[in-house]
Design a protein around this ligand. Structure first.
Ligand code: NAD
Length: 372
């Protein structure tokens, strides 16, 4: 795609990015099929283990969608991509995102989440300074971040709000907090028109089965133990991924420059309760499974070091200011999610066997850059 009727998305092949891109183009698995926008998408993605091209199979080859295979840490490529496609906005998802991986190997998190965000901000600044007129006025850099930057809550603490002090506890959270601070500095120092969102835990289709919900579903389907950390009483505030995507669209369209918006669905659940609900749904949807009742597979394992006890989001700012609300309750969203995994055994097999990585290697190898 050439011309400038597009936005640049980074990390658009990952879990949230692919749901955002599919919803944007009217091809989401659980949405109406009505596109959010007729603006095209350029997706800059390194296709790491978390970037599975199968997530975007529904739009592959469609006019209006272009993949640029590459690293957000590659300053030359980022600058070339901006110059070539002249996007109206940037939505920055690309990150290393799994807390457990950040504990055993924090380096990649510092590189992509901090250096990568810095590289993108620098290139965006140079691009923005050369824009003129309406395009300059309307340009936005939307930084997609997490509630984990706020640290952990006690059982009776009020939910995180936009003024809650940062207190990240894991290498992942610290790297995302650093990236948030960089974005804030680029707004204040260089007047780059950025907005930050801090969202709670997402779930839904296309989530890599290392994260709690898809891990439990895929293990349960195969009769494998369902590993619950510690006492399973850690609380997360769950949001269905399409609701996150619609919040990002609202922020992109109506959010105020330099502001932060917390995004959440008001669904606090303990990890154990989530796993038990998944088991109950599988018992209902797969009554003949030889593994039913699936709750017999629950196994308690040693807790994650530094495991945050509770997250909860106060989303009143985005709700009152931008008129956004989550449309999916946890019960309906989780049912849709379990049904999606049951209906897509090929996707699970492709991911768990690593076949998608062989495909990426064969089709892209180490070649990065804009296709000629
Ligand atoms: P993910 O791990 O599923 O996907 C990350 C994507 O980024 C992949 O497509 C990967 O290939 C790409 N990527 C990684 N390193 C890259 C690099 N150096 N250059 C270019 N692309 C690269 O992540 P996700 O769960 O979809 O999360 C997306 C964003 O949302 C992240 O910034 C994350 O911090 C944030 N977030 C996630 C959650 C959640 O519950 N998953 C909640 C709140 C915020």
């Amino acid at each position: 795609m050439s011309g400038s009727n597009c936005i640049l998305v980074t990390g658009g092949t990952g879990f949230i990015g692919s749901n955002f891109v599919l919803d944007w183009m009217g091809a989401g698995p659980t949405t109406s099929g009505k596109p959010t926008s007729d603006t095209g998408i350029i997706n800059l993605d390194l296709l790491t283990y978390a970037g599975n091209p199968a997530n975007l199979a529904a739009i592959e080859g469609r006019p209006g969608y272009t993949l640029v295979h590459g690293d957000i840490c590659d300053a030359t490529l980022v600058a070339e991509t901006l110059d070539r496609y002249q996007p109206k906005a940037i939505v920055h998802f690309a990150a290393e995102s799994h807390v457990d991986r950040s504990i055993v190997g924090p380096e990649a998190f510092l590189k992509t989440n901090i250096d990568g965000t810095f590289t993108l901000l620098n290139a965006a600044r140079s691009y923005y300074e050369r824009l003129t007129g309406e395009k300059k006025e309307n340009f936005r850099f939307l930084h997609v971040s997490t509630d984990e930057v706020y640290g952990t809550l006690g059982p009776h603490d009020p939910a995180f709000h936009e003024k809650t002090p940062y207190a990240p506890n894991s290498p992942y959270a610290a790297s995302k907090a650093s990236s948030d601070h960089l974005v804030r500095a680029w707004v204040h120092t260089y007047k780059l028109p950025c907005i930050i969102t801090n969202c709670s835990n997402n779930y839904g289709p296309f989530q890599f089965p290392e994260k709690l919900i898809p891990l439990m579903i895929t293990h349960a389907l195969n009769g494998k133990p369902l590993p619950v950390y510690g006492d399973g009483q850690q609380i997360r505030d769950w949001l269905y991924v399409s609701d996150h995507a619609s919040a990002l669209v609202a922020v992109l369209e109506r959010g105020r420059i330099g502001e932060t918006y917390n995004v959440g669905g008001g669904n606090q659940r303990s990890n154990l309760a989530v796993v038990e609900t998944i088991c109950a749904l599988l018992d209902e949807l797969r009554p003949d499974s030889k593994f039913a009742p699936h709750s017999q597979l629950i196994t308690y394992v040693k807790d994650r070091p530094g495991h945050d006890r509770r997250y909860a989001i106060d989303a009143r700012k985005i709700e009152s200011e931008l008129g956004w609300t989550a449309s999916e309750s946890f019960e309906t969203g989780l049912r849709k999610t379990v049904e999606w995994y049951l209906a897509n055994p090929g996707w699970i097999e492709n991911v768990t066997s690593g076949a998608y990585q062989q495909w990426v290697q064969k089709n892209y190898g180490d070649r990065t850059g804009i296709a000629p």
